[in-house]
Design a protein around this ligand. Structure first.
Ligand SMILES: [Zn+2]
Length: 275
């Protein structure tokens, strides 16, 4: 009998240890219904993938959190830094019911921004990714949660600090009570960027962690986001970084860069369960 090869793929789905008590998960690309190049657990309808496959995949992913398709609102990404606020006390929630995609007969709850915070039970949100950084937040004192999608544009606009500020303003959070997760995304090993990316950070007054190697410039989105969160008042031991590079691990995650743009999307789902 031969022993099975060492298991190197992360478990399905990925979770942050620091958010062990929070309803959240990050999907991989494994175990889905979609054919190449979206193989196989593609959650994004903004791809060329069949909508039926995407909805089947979402159902499979959400089942890990004991959620059904209609329990989760999806973020319609804008690459801006606005934060949608779902507050118990608010009558006017930012959710709208829209077709899953143009021409679709199926509708879903959605919000138009790259980040959300919530203290509403029975509400989960999903963000989709293929290299950009998933950010997850939890206030240990108030129980409020947050989620965000931060690519280089979002990071340059200080997406993480915007979420922390929104939690402070709307839920009275103390940043020292907030724990955060920085999920799988393109790593400093692979993310070569042009000078214009560095210039964009400078023009917005944010600092990018950049490393020149040979004639190339590499952006470290993990450390950049971590430093921003520490500057926002989070303690360094309350920030967890997955340190999984999507471009190095296209066997497990989708990578826009490594797969030349023809690929699927994995997701971060986070929320507060119904009481
Ligand atoms: Zn890499």
């Amino acid at each position: 009998m031969t022993s099975s090869p060492a298991q190197t793929a992360p478990p399905l789905p990925v979770r942050f240890d620091l958010l062990a008590n929070v309803s959240h998960a990050i999907s991989t690309r494994l175990g889905g219904a979609s054919p190449a190049p979206y193989h196989s657990l593609n959650l994004g309808v903004s791809t060329g993938d069949d909508e039926h496959n995407v909805l089947t995949n979402r159902e499979r992913f959400f089942s890990h959190l004991n959620l059904a398709l209609d329990d989760v609102m999806t973020a319609r990404l804008t690459h801006g830094s606005a934060v949608s606020v779902f507050a118990r006390e608010a009558n006017d929630q930012p959710v709208r019911y829209v077709p899953v995609r143009e021409g679709s007969k199926r509708w879903e709850g959605a919000f138009h921004s790259d980040a959300m915070i919530s203290n509403v039970s029975g509400l989960h949100a999903m963000f989709t990714f293929a290299d950009c950084v998933p950010l997850a937040f939890f206030d240990r004192k108030t129980g409020a949660v947050g989620g965000a999608h931060a690519g280089w544009r979002g990071t340059a606009q200080a997406m993480g600090p915007q979420v922390v500020r929104a939690m402070t303003r709307h839920f009275g959070s103390d940043p020292r009570d907030i724990v955060a997760g920085i999920g799988p995304s393109i790593g400093p090993c692979c993310y070569s960027v042009g000078r214009e990316v560095a210039d964009r950070f400078s023009s917005l007054g944010t600092e990018a962690v950049l490393e020149p190697r040979g004639s190339e410039l590499y952006l470290d989105l993990w450390t950049t986001n971590q430093r921003q969160l520490v500057a926002s008042g989070l303690t360094s031991d309350s920030i967890e970084i997955s340190r999984i590079c999507t471009s190095c691990h296209v066997d497990t995650f989708f990578s826009h860069r490594a797969e030349g743009g023809r690929t699927g999307r994995f997701g971060l789902c986070i929320g507060i369960p119904a009481r």
